[in-house]
Design a binder for this molecule. Structure first.
Ligand code: S3P
Length: 174
């Protein structure tokens, strides 16, 4: 089964995704990392040199490639789930889990390295994006509040429990 973690920048998709993959014995894929490897540049450089549309194009292509891996935990970028064509791919190939957190929490995390995230350079713009994107994130199959002070390991156990309860796991989870 494929498990996609979605949600805003700084909610912990990569950290939790890696821990969840380890827990399930699945490979872990981070979309941004794959894009960076394939293009040979950091996300920041891609935005600066080629622009956001180029990045979104690669993001969709990489997502499509990932959607055929038999078992995987896939951390998407904060904008991936905002686009209907990406949501359709995710819907048709796996389960989406929205990690949610308050803007204050994500901003306090991202603020330490703002230059790495082109869409967080201007915090007011990031706040606007945060608000606009919630209606998309709400379309995920499962929503998990990631701001209650749990460790990634505790969050992972909660995710496994919720997946079992909702019957969204297409086979018994280890
Ligand atoms: C983006 C989020 C980033 C990265 C790119 C665009 C967004 O990923 O894909 O900077 O549109 O929110 P993270 O959510 O992993 O920071």
């Amino acid at each position: 089964m494929r498990i996609y973690l979605v949600g805003f920048m700084g909610v912990g998709k990569t950290t939790v995704g890696r821990a969840l993959a380890e827990r399930l014995g699945f490979p872990f894929v981070d979309l941004d990392e794959v894009i960076e490897r394939e293009v040979g540049m950091s996300v920041r450089e891609i935005f600066d040199l080629h622009g956001e549309p180029f990045f979104r194009n690669r993001e969709h292509t990489v997502l499509r490639q990932c959607s055929t891996i038999p078992d995987a935990v896939i951390a998407t970028g904060g904008g991936t789930f905002v686009f209907e064509e990406n949501r359709a791919l995710i819907r048709d190939s796996g389960v989406s889990i929205h990690l949610s957190a308050s803007f204050d929490l994500v901003a306090s995390r991202v603020r330490t390295h703002p230059s790495e995230r082109p869409l967080f350079r201007d915090e007011r713009n990031a706040f606007r994006l945060f608000g606009e994107r919630q209606r998309h994130y709400r379309l995920a199959d499962v929503s998990i509040d990631a701001s209650v002070g749990e460790t990634p390991r505790e969050l992972v156990e909660r995710i496994v429990l919720v997946l079992r309860q909702t019957g969204r796991a297409d086979r018994a989870l280890p």
